[in-house]
Design a protein around this ligand. Sequence first.
Ligand code: NAD
Ligand code: TDX
Length: 342
Amino acid sequence: MRDCRRRRVTILRVLVTGGAGFIGANFVHWTLRHRPGVSVVVLDALTYAGNRASLASVETGIEFVHGDITDTVLLDRLVGSCDLVVHFAAESHNDNSLHDPSPFVTTNVLGTFAILEAVRRHGVRLHHISTDEVYGDLELDDPERFRESTPYNPSSPYSATKASSDLLVRAWVRSFGVTATISNCSNNYGPYQHVEKFIPRQITNLIDGIRPKLYGKGENVRDWIHVDDHNSAVWAIVDGGRPGETYMIGADGEQDNKGVVELLLELAGQPRDAYDHVSDRPGHDMRYAIDASKLRSELDWAPTYTTFRDGLAATLAWYRDNEAWWRPQKDLTERKYAELGR
Ligand code: NAD
Ligand code: TDX
């Protein structure tokens, strides 16, 4: 095994794209908590998914720039002043990509292209955040899990644009010597996640007295990881990851959707069968499962949230305590779902 753990690089100033989104905002909080010497610049376009309120408690400790990752002039100024870019900014919701793929191509593909050209011009290190969805899906009984060598086979416009962005990063590493790493993570849960996503949607439905909604039979499996564990893994890769390498991030958290809803109902003190089935997502990926042994063994990383039930209970409590954060998004989100019959 290569010992990369001692080769910790010194990061003084990090540019976080998409830092007002779910994972990016949690990354900013994690960084300020654990890396007090690092100054943080956030670049975010504040799309429907970006929320400045997610950074309210740390506004004075960061620089926030409202702008688009496709703005090359702005990127030149920001990237040139940093020694690391962590690139979270993306259109991230599969259901939206089925309705209108256009912003997915613009932000996820052209935006990543713009980031790559900027880090190439300025010789700045990049960590590119990606998803396990680039590998397609697995059958429920497949003994395999996704690993770094699994061939790409994306299903949706969202995952196809994320796959495209990963391939651009790989090409810029090989062709232009850009110093970049990639991580492909499984489904995240935790605070500040938009109410369009599965877990916050069901939690906020429960708070509103609405029955949770399962797509199709609810047999689809996702491999859940707490967002703080994703972000600690990103820092482990920044610190010790080998340039040009890809790392899978996952915490052995496979659950079928029905099981997640039943657990949420139990935690909310309601009967475990008080949910509804709604129409399925077209092309719905059946199962994701991550083998993160490269990350664990090379970089000595381990998740801290090892019990899904506890992490989910904490997330339920967060949404109960932070209604002012999510309430403004709820009606519009549910109106969009109503149009889709879901
Ligand atoms: P999100 O939708 O919550 O946040 C995305 C952020 O990017 C928002 O703040 C938005 O305003 C910003 N943004 C969008 N387009 C932009 C543009 N053109 N310029 C600048 N900013 C822009 O997404 P998320 O769930 O936090 O996902 C973050 C990243 O992690 C994405 O790259 C996603 O593919 C990846 N990922 C997500 C998950 C998950 O479970 N959510 C899992 C694996 C990987
Ligand atoms: O109301 C719902 N009911 C339901 O059964 C919603 C919103 C979703 N689902 C199902 C669909 C999926 O099987 O729950 C599962 C999770 O759905 P999403 O939260 O939409 O996530 P997913 O499509 O799995 O993608 C997520 O993980 C990988 C993120 O949104 C992506 O950004 C990430 O790359």
